[in-house]
Every structure is written in structure tokens, then in C-alpha cells.
Design a protein around this ligand. Structure first.
Ligand SMILES: [Zn+2]
Length: 299
């Protein structure tokens, strides 16, 4: 079977798959991300996938930040990896050519290849979760940037006088629209959560039941996302935006105010025609993108 090996490395889960040239997953496996020896667990995962297969390359999507020049990563959620040379380590482990990109860049690439943004002329993929990540695919090619960090749209400022962000910036969209920040704002505004330490799913449920503070939190987050999307589209002429991540699971609770805010914030015709869609691949988008990366290294 003609295939590549795709790996998706995150702070909670390691996922791997063998993927054919059409984007079909032939075999897959996952492991929880361990606190230590992440590479050993990856080796174990790869050993489960490889028997009887001869993949032609390995594509790696990894939580950032990363440094494309050295192939090293320092994922915020994997404290044991700081400047870890993941690309070279996995090339050595598998004996295959290895290609690396950020996890959200792989999300965008996967959605462009076989998901909600299939074949789009230009695409922005946004992952709205604990944080907010993103990736661009322009003219069919992922935009990685010289350091590999292009698409960090969560830290685009939507309010230069806004609140300080954990990143050291100010008014970042993540500060308004990530899951923890949606609930943080709602709690401060007097939301009565159904349990201790509620998450964005609890908030979405409350909004679906008509809770006015929960609805206001999503409206505020959606407006921040819309401001980021309009700015990003103005910069690189994005035609299609695909949104995934846990918060996108809120569905119309998020997408209805998002479309309304986009309508309010965009003026120029090329911005008004930007299409926004929810992910169709969900958690599999990252693996699909990593596979596409690997195939582009083969071709
Ligand atoms: Zn920030």
C-alpha cells in the first residue's frame, strides 16, 4: 500500500496514522501524552502502525512554538520538550524523510485537502480551544514563514488598548474568544455556572438555554474573532475560513453571532464575500494535514 506516516503531537494526545495519496486513513493509533519520555511513547505508537507498511515519508504536526530552521519545538503544553529536535529525532527513528509544521497549520492544510475548505483558493484555518491557533493555505501551499510560526492568529490584537494577554501582548483575540477566556468573562459578569470550574461547553449549554450572560460572552468572543478574520483576510485575501477546536463545537451559538459580526465589521467587497464554515474533519484534521505535508515532500 502506497502511504505516508502522519503524526499529530499535542499536549494531551499523540496521534498517528498511515494515509494513502487520496487522504484515506489506512491505520491509526493514539496514546495519551506522557509527562516524560514523549519520544519513547511516539516510538511505541509508530511501532504499532508500521508492521507490513512501507511509508514514504513522515509528516509531523506539533504544538508550537517551533523553529523550522532547526526542526526543533518547544510546545507550551509539553514542558519536557524545550528546543527539542523533533524532526531529526523522528527522521532517525523511522529512517524516513521528515517534514514538520505547527499543529494549527496542519489543521488548515487538512481541511484544505479533504475537509470543509477542500480546494479553496485561499484558506485560513482557526482552532478555537484552550488557546487560539491558526494556519494559512495560499494557492494550495501552506504558509509556514521563515521561522515556521506564520498563522499565530490568536495573538493578533483586536484592541490596542485592550487587556494584557498571557503572551505579553495586549488585546489579543485569544484574550476574548478562547474557551477559558469566554468562561472567565462570563463568570466575572455574574454567570451562575452549573458546576465548579465550568468550561466553554457548560457556557455553550447555558447560551443554548437562553442565559443572557452566556449569550453575551459568545457574542463578545465572536466579535473578536470576526475582527481578527477581517484583518487576516485583508492582509492575504483569504476566501474561506474553517473553524475547529472545542469552542467551535458550540455550533450556531458561536457561528450565528460570528456571521453577524463579520457582516458588521467588513466593508470592502472582497472581505464581505469571505465564507466561514465549521470543521468537517474535527480532531482528524491535524493528521490529514500532517499526511499532506509528507506527500508534498515525496512528490
Ligand atoms: Zn497574546
Amino acid at each position: 500500500m502506497d502511504c505516508v506516516l502522519a503524526l499529530d503531537i499535542g499536549g494531551t494526545k499523540l496521534a498517528g496514522a498511515l494515509v494513502d495519496p487520496a487522504g484515506t486513513v489506512l491505520r491509526s493509533a493514539t496514546r495519551p501524552t506522557p509527562a516524560a519520555d514523549v519520544l519513547g511513547t511516539l516510538a511505541d505508537l509508530v511501532a504499532e502502525l508500521l508492521p507490513g507498511a512501507a511509508p514514504r515519508a513522515v509528516g509531523i504536526g506539533c504544538a508550537g512554538p517551533l523553529d523550522l530552521a532547526t526542526g526543533a519545538v518547544s510546545p507550551v503544553n509539553i514542558p519536557s520538550w524545550r528546543g527539542f529536535p523533533v524532526r531529526d529525532e523522528l527522521a532517525a527513528l523511522t529512517g524516513l524523510p521528515a517534514v514538520l509544521a505547527g499543529d494549527a497549520q496542519c489543521f488548515a492544510l487538512g481541511e484544505h485537502w479533504v475537509g470543509a475548505g477542500r480546494g479553496a483558493a485561499s484558506l485560513l484555518g482557526v482552532v478555537v480551544s484552550t488557546g487560539i491557533g491558526g494556519g494559512f493555505v495560499l494557492g494550495g501551499v501552506p504558509l509556514l514563514g521563515p521561522t515556521g510560526n506564520a498563522g499565530h492568529v490568536g495573538h493578533m490584537s483586536v484592541d490596542p488598548y485592550g487587556e494584557p494577554c498571557d503572551c505579553g501582548g495586549r488585546g489579543c483575540v485569544e484574550r476574548y474568544a478562547s474557551g477559558p477566556n469566554l468562561t472567565r468573562w462570563a463568570l466575572a459578569a455574574g454567570w451562575q455556572p452549573p458546576r465548579d470550574r465550568p468550561d466553554a461547553r457548560d457556557l455553550a449549554k447555558a447560551a443554548a438555554n437562553g442565559d443572557s450572560i452566556a449569550l453575551a460572552a459568545f457574542e463578545r468572543g465572536a466579535r473578536a474573532l470576526a475582527a481578527m478574520i477581517v484583518s487576516a483576510a485583508a492582509a492575504v485575501d483569504v476566501r474561506t475560513v474553517v473553524i475547529g477546536g472545542g469552542v467551535a463545537g458550540a455550533g450556531e451559538i458561536l457561528f450565528a453571532p460570528l456571521r453577524k459580526a463579520l457582516d458588521d465589521l467588513s466593508g470592502l467587497a472582497f472581505l464581505r464575500s469571505v465564507e466561514v464554515a465549521p470543521t468537517t474533519l474535527g480532531v482528524r484534521a491535524g493528521l490529514a494535514g500532517a499526511a499532506k505535508l509528507a506527500w508534498s515532500a515525496v512528490a
